[in-house]
Ligand binder design. Sequence first.
Ligand code: KDO
Length: 335
Amino acid sequence: MFKMTRRAAIVSLAALSLTAGAATPAFAQDKLTFTLATSGSDTDQRSVAMANVFAPMVAEFADYRPGYNGTLFAQGTELEAISRGNLTMSIASAQEMAQFFPEFSIFATGYVHQDAAHQVRVFNDPLMDAFKATAEEELGVKLLSVMYLGRRHVNLRQTRDELNVQTPADLAGVNLRMPGTDSWQFLGKALGAAPTPMAFTEVYTALSTGAVDGQDNPLPTVVDAKFYEVTNQIALTSHLVDLNYIAFSKETWDSLTSDQQLTVQRAADAAAAYGRLKQLDKENSLADFIRSNGVEIYTPDLEAFRTHVQAQYVGSEVAATWPEGVLEKINALGN
Ligand code: KDO
């Protein structure tokens, strides 16, 4: 797989931006247009938060135009679109950021973030300053806020009688769909599985046809995407307390007045907080609904998973990209 280096990625993006149309919001007498691309649905709590909280707060000077289910830009291409000036916002992942800047993989590492509150402390800590600066200066992307996606678990087509998942060894040979970026594939292997890269919008069909054995999203996504219709078990591995960033075009940001910038920042923080609470509420209440649809949910040997997964990262080429001392600072911000 051709691994585009950081410098090559930015140079190619810069070259492309010479030809792309102006990213600046649609020309209008007095209103800007903020476009947002996400592979999530319109009913996903992060999408709902952006539409119901962010959009009204910026409505005085900007129209909000979301594109759901990867219809505006395919999953994993949104940041490039922002950088080229063809998109204002995305609900980005650390894994996608890591495609440009490998050091972001630290925020996508199994069993590092402990919970939603830990994610917020990390995102607001000075340790993030260099990461945010790199994203702005080299990619033209401003990371406004951190959103809570939830605890990712192993969700399989096989029944527990067919495949009882207690330790990573039980996942040997299991064709586990993971999102397409390198750090996602690394996590899939670290779990003990044989990961298959696939866009989120293709997962339901792949599960229903048996093209893959399973996937690994949080319980709210299992319900929102109806994965419970085409799977039969969830092993509560909690292997990644996952997050997204509200990513915003630096070019658009710089064109705003300082009052507009303050409003956009407050709107992003409010949307992230709203979505976090709604997602946590769903995460804590959906297990019985999923079980009622024939999916067995159980807790595997968490210590075995944590120990094994963390051991895969130690000394790995992924860990080699992490700036000195950052992991210690993240851990110190934990409970
Ligand atoms: C997924 O593709 O499994 C994933 O959960 C990865 C996340 O980073 C995020 O892109 C998410 O999909 C989409 O927002 C759809 O929920």
